[in-house]
Ligand binder design. Structure first.
Ligand code: PLP
Ligand code: COI
Length: 334
């Protein structure tokens, strides 16, 4: 596949499926069926008992197909499942689903130099009827693939985001896992943000509303005026694999100082650069954060001159096999 624009679902020929009954997973297999048949009172429909992951497969310039750190998605799905009372997958199933689905749909992986990739969406959900509030006893794991371009419309033109009046995650809640419910409750806020001309919502910590957390679909990064990469530390944000990788790349490959710490809303005016990071977002520069009419501007127009751009290019080069990846970061699929 040559080029794909935007981030959308395209139905590809094959996906992976496995079933679980009373805690025992069946052997998984590929299927051409994109539809799911479940009971009207399925746990996922009534009480949102579901969690998911997002990762990408890439073509490298020398003709291989690779996946970026899928073991971390596997681990994060396991912690999401535990918190959602969903039986964890048997050892090896997640990576088998990744390999088989990518190989079965390989002709839809965008070309190496197109900026696109094959987005993989693994997910698990409660299937059987529950009406009292309790976990289901039957589950389905599926993994489908869709070719994608950039998540935000403008590609790498700077985003305009706003401080949200809604909260994303309660202290001791589910902000640190990838549960569907975290996204369901963000739909009102994101629709309102889009209607008002913003690309995303930036959430504050729900307890004090004084610290920066993350956006609806990505973690946030800042760069200080003297070039230190700073990212929020919080128990209520998703532990982004992209952020963890970027902090490593900054410190160990690019020699950029890094800090993971609480970031107060009151200090964002002091930062020189800002960006969002995630599998879908990659690294998207943020030009403006609007806090109820008070605007903070970051000089991201000349993207190529920024520290964030250095991180962006290095990460992409690692993902596409153009510079040596740290040990174990790329899983070779073909
Ligand atoms: N935060 C949220 C809320 C997300 O949905 C995502 C996307 O997965 C991320 C952060 C980024 O995480 P990752 O880099 O692991 O994709
Ligand atoms: C991802 O980056 O994989 C996500 O799940 C974010 C989602 C909002 C598309």
């Amino acid at each position: 596949m040559k080029e794909v624009k935007g981030f959308a679902y395209h139905k590809l020929p094959m996906r992976y499926v496995a079933l679980c009954k009373e805690g025992k997973w069946s052997k998984g297999k590929l299927t051409c069926r994109a539809s799911v048949r479940i009971n009207e009172s399925a746990g996922v429909l009534q009480y949102a008992q579901t969690c998911f992951e997002g990762l990408k497969a890439y073509r490298t310039k020398d003709g291989h197909i690779v996946c970026f750190r899928p073991q971390l998605n596997e681990q994060r799905l396991a912690s999401s499942c535990e918190r959602m009372m969903i039986p964890t997958l048997p050892e090896g199933m997640f990576l088998e689903a990744v390999r088989k689905t990518v190989l079965a749909n390989q002709k839809y992986i965008p070309a190496a130099d197109s900026g696109g990739s094959l987005y993989l969406r693994p997910y698990v959900f409660g299937m059987n009827a529950v009406i009292g509030v309790k976990p289901a006893t039957e589950y389905q794991f599926r993994l489908f693939a869709t070719p994608v371009g950039s998540y935000f419309h403008g590609g790498i033109s700077p985003l305009r985001i706003r401080i949200s009046d809604y909260d994303r995650a309660a202290p001791h809640g589910t902000g640190h896992i990838k549960a569907g419910l975290n996204y369901a409750m963000s739909l009102y806020a994101i629709s309102d943000a889009h209607a008002k001309g913003y690309d995303e919502n930036l959430y504050l910590d729900a307890a004090t509303r004084t610290y920066i957390e993350e956006t609806g679909g990505a973690n946030i990064l800042f760069v200080t005026k003297d070039g230190t990469l700073v990212s929020p530390k919080s128990d209520t944000i998703l532990p982004s694999i992209t952020r963890r990788s970027l902090l490593y790349v900054a410190e160990h490959i690019l020699g950029i100082p890094v800090e993971e710490r609480k970031i107060a809303l009151a200090e964002i005016g002091d930062f020189a650069e800002c960006g969002l990071c995630g599998t879908a977002a990659v690294i998207s520069p943020v030009g403006t954060i609007d806090d109820h009419g008070k605007e903070y501007h970051f000089n991201m127009q000349n993207f190529e001159d920024t520290v964030i751009a250095k991180l962006y290019h290095t990460l992409l080069d690692i993902q596409h096999g153009e510079i040596q990846a740290p040990d174990g970061w790329l899983m070779m699929i073909k």
